[in-house]
Design a protein around this ligand. Structure first.
Ligand SMILES: Nc1ncnc2c1ncn2[C@@H]1O[C@H](COP(=O)(O)OP(=O)(O)OP(=O)(O)O)[C@@H](O)[C@H]1O
Ligand SMILES: [Mg+2]
Length: 247
């Protein structure tokens, strides 16, 4: 059974500055050498499927379109062309701080974020301790998030997403660069946790520059280059070819 079917997905962005209305604004723009607004094709006819319980690794250089692809699948961006068919419930960690409010305490944020992921208060109460213990943040329950380091925020986001996925019986977990800024020990236990939830049949889409993780643990890899799928297939092969091209 396919949990995700992506067909001919294309997405453009406007980059540069808006056309200036007034003559003075236009003169300033010319003098300051600002480029005018242009359309930029970020995703070009992307098609792929992901099966139930499959872990798909998405690799590619900076700016190749990985996050845009995941955001479009998660419904944060609207595609210009193509379709995304999702069979099941999705939980996505796309921006590390997504759903978190820096002025609230960690406790309030766990309840807030879990409710955004569709959990009831009772369900959140049930996983609350698991979240803080896994994130190793039990000393910070009543601390406001603006006092957290970026690694602490990353631990919290990951931990909330994992336990909400399990508790809400979500079917698809989308992760974008979730290992950025976390230390080695946390990375390693997060990887084990991902493999554990994959065994439960949850489909995982993960974009990361940690290509050795992708090579070792994913079932299939998609290499995105300049907004297109350059190659798709067996992790060992695709990662090796990607590294060969980089070197
Ligand atoms: N909101 C936006 N508005 C305009 N352009 C954008 C926007 N988001 C991304 N882009 C552009 O789309 C291209 C792809 O960006 P994207 O973030 O998808 O790359 P990425 O593969 O995730 O890169 P990285 O490895 O650095 O995370 C880049 O050229 C970027 O400038
Ligand atoms: Mg990205």
């Amino acid at each position: 059974m396919y949990r995700l079917v992506v067909k001919n997905l294309s997405k453009k962005f406007s980059i540069g500055c808006k056309k200036k209305d007034s003559t003075l604004a236009r003169v300033i723009s010319i003098l300051s050498n600002k480029e005018s607004k242009k359309k930029f094709q970020v995703l070009k006819n992307i098609s792929f499927n992901v099966k139930e319980g499959e872990m798909l690794g998405i690799i590619g250089n900076n700016g190749s379109g990985k996050s845009t692809l995941l955001r479009t699948i998660a419904g944060i961006y609207k595609a210009d062309k193509g379709t995304v068919e999702i069979n099941g419930r999705v939980i996505s960690v796309i921006n590390l701080n997504a759903g978190l409010n820096m002025r609230l305490t960690m406790k309030d944020n766990i309840f807030l974020c879990s409710s955004l992921y569709g959990l009831s208060k009772k369900q959140t109460q049930h996983i609350f301790n698991k979240i803080i213990l896994f994130a190793e943040l039990e000393k910070y329950i009543d601390t406001k998030l603006y006092q957290f380091s970026s690694g602490m925020l990353a631990r919290l986001s990951f931990s909330i997403a994992i336990f909400c996925t399990i508790s809400s019986k979500a079917n698809i977990l989308i992760l974008d660069e979730v290992f950025n800024g976390v230390d080695k020990d946390f990375k390693s236990k997060s990887k084990s946790k991902l493999l554990e939830i994959k065994k439960k049949g949850i489909t995982i889409l993960i974009s990361t520059h940690n290509i050795y993780f992708v090579k070792k643990n994913s079932d299939r890899v998609i290499w995105i280059k300049n907004g297109k799928i350059k190659k798709e297939g067996q992790p060992d092969k695709i990662v090796t070819e990607y590294l060969q091209e980089k070197n």
